[in-house]
Design a protein around this ligand. Structure first.
Ligand code: FAD
Length: 389
């Protein structure tokens, strides 16, 4: 293999390059990125950047030392066997890494709506988070909650409009999500649940019910779609992102996919997973690089992510299914720090969510990995360390 092309200059793209070099690949590497920036981290965009604590989140990686040809401001447009089509012409490859991430979903309507995916998005939104500004955030998911946190801290009057019956209902289910409702009230943020947005207008939102939410600033945080439209019509199989096997191989030879855009087969959970979180973009590239270089490697992680909202560190590890049994550790109405474990029918830990209990998530992730059984009565006792349950 002489030439590897990496498409997408985000975290998964740059980590793929590091992994290829670390594994001894000495051929040419070209990095194609639609944005004009060197790879940067996105988690701080809704945290330190919005809060005004930093302007740059560039990934700490020495691309010069990695001997990479950087093609920024260049978008991939299509793919045939061995040839990548880009806005700047065609490029032949022997190996290809697809790492094009995801793009935010926008709502209908003529009014200006901010989304939060790029550094430009974050800086443009930050400018508008001024004291007294009326900010409507659509979606009480991870991004919506973090934006609401920053907007409230900036002195804005914040309304969060959520279609579900609780915050984080899609990610965690309404029973757990409802334990975060108080956080909004305490931060002075109005939370409107069960409210569907019809349109974004020049002066705010119109809900499907006809009600209006007046706002100077509208932020849409209703999720993302994998950025894989450029692969339509190619031989790469698409279904909720790029379909890859447990080695991160796509349906096209010598082509792998990683990060937010990759929908991989999880051996551990016996299902397909597409995880839009930082740790996946960080870790999966090592397996993808090994696979490209013909080594035997399987990507089989216990997914992990975190979110910082309303002064709380929220962490999650594992993968939960609808039938898993929830066991609370601590009382969210009384205790500042609490956690939820999801147990399978035979009392194995499927997933753990922690609020300001970092030990539980570290131990829980290891327990999910080990697949060992727990005693549910001990799990329910927050005083017992999870590793001793
Ligand atoms: P991306 O970072 O999206 O990079 C993909 C790159 O590919 C982009 O630069 C894009 O422009 C480029 N690209 C797209 N299409 C093309 C094309 N056709 N040609 C060339 N280039 C293309 N995760 C957590 O675990 N915890 C957090 O607290 C957290 N906070 C977040 C906050 C924000 C505001 C955002 C947006 C994400 C957050 N995440 C968080 C998620 C995490 O940042 C992502 O999972 C991670 O960035 C995914 O990396 P990636 O490299 O797969 O994709």
């Amino acid at each position: 293999m002489d030439h590897v092309v990496v498409v997408g200059a985000g975290l998964a793209g740059v980590r793929s390059i590091e992994a290829l070099r670390f594994r001894g690949f000495t051929g040419r590497i070209t990095l194609i990125g639609e944005e004009h920036h060197r790879p940067y981290d996105r988690p701080p965009l809704s945290k330190a950047v919005l809060l005004g604590e930093t302007d740059s989140t560039v990934v700490d990686s020495d691309l010069d030392a990695l001997d990479v040809r950087l093609c920024l401001g260049t978008a991939a447009k299509g793919l045939r066997d061995g040839v990548l089509e880009t806005t700047e012409g065609e490029l032949e490859y022997d190996g290809l890494v697809i790492a094009t991430g995801a793009t935010p979903i926008r709502l209908r309507g003529e009014g200006r709506q901010h989304v939060l995916r790029t550094i430009e998005d974050a800086l443009a939104l930050r400018e508008r988070l001024v004291p007294g500004a009326r900010v409507a955030v659509v979606g009480a998911g991870w991004i919506g909650a973090e934006v609401a946190t920053a907007a409230a801290r900036a002195g804005c009057t914040v309304t969060v409009v959520e279609a579900g019956e609780s915050p984080l209902a899609v990610a965690l289910g309404p029973a757990v999500g409802s334990h975060t409702t108080d956080w909004y009230a305490r931060a002075g943020v109005e939370l409107r649940l069960g409210a569907l947005v019809g349109t974004v207008d020049a002066d705010g939102l119109t809900l499907m019910s006809g009600a209006r939410v007046p706002a100077d600033v509208v932020v849409t945080g209703v999720g993302v779609r994998p950025a894989v439209d450029w692969l339509k019509g190619s031989a790469v199989r698409l279904d909720n992102g790029v379909v890859v096997d447990e080695h991160l191989r796509t349906s096209l030879p010598n082509v792998v996919a990683v990060g937010d855009c990759a929908n991989w087969w999880s051996r551990r959970f016996r299902t397909r997973l597409r995880v839009e979180h930082w740790d996946t973009a960080l870790q999966a590239p090592d397996t993808a690089a090994a696979t490209l270089l013909g080594e035997e490697a399987v990507y089989d992680p216990v997914p992990y992510f975190w979110s910082e909202q309303f002064g709380h560190m929220v962490q999650f590890a594992g993968h939960r299914e609808a039938g898993d049994r929830m066991v609370l550790r601590g009382d969210p109405r009384r205790d500042a720090k609490w956690a939820v474990c999801w147990l399978t029918a035979d009392d194995r830990l499927a997933a753990v969510l922690t609020v300001d209990r970092p030990r539980d998530v570290v131990q829980g992730r290891k327990i999910v990995e080990s697949g060992r059984r727990l005693d549910p009565l001990r799990v329910a006792d927050a005083a017992v360390p999870l590793r001793d349950c």
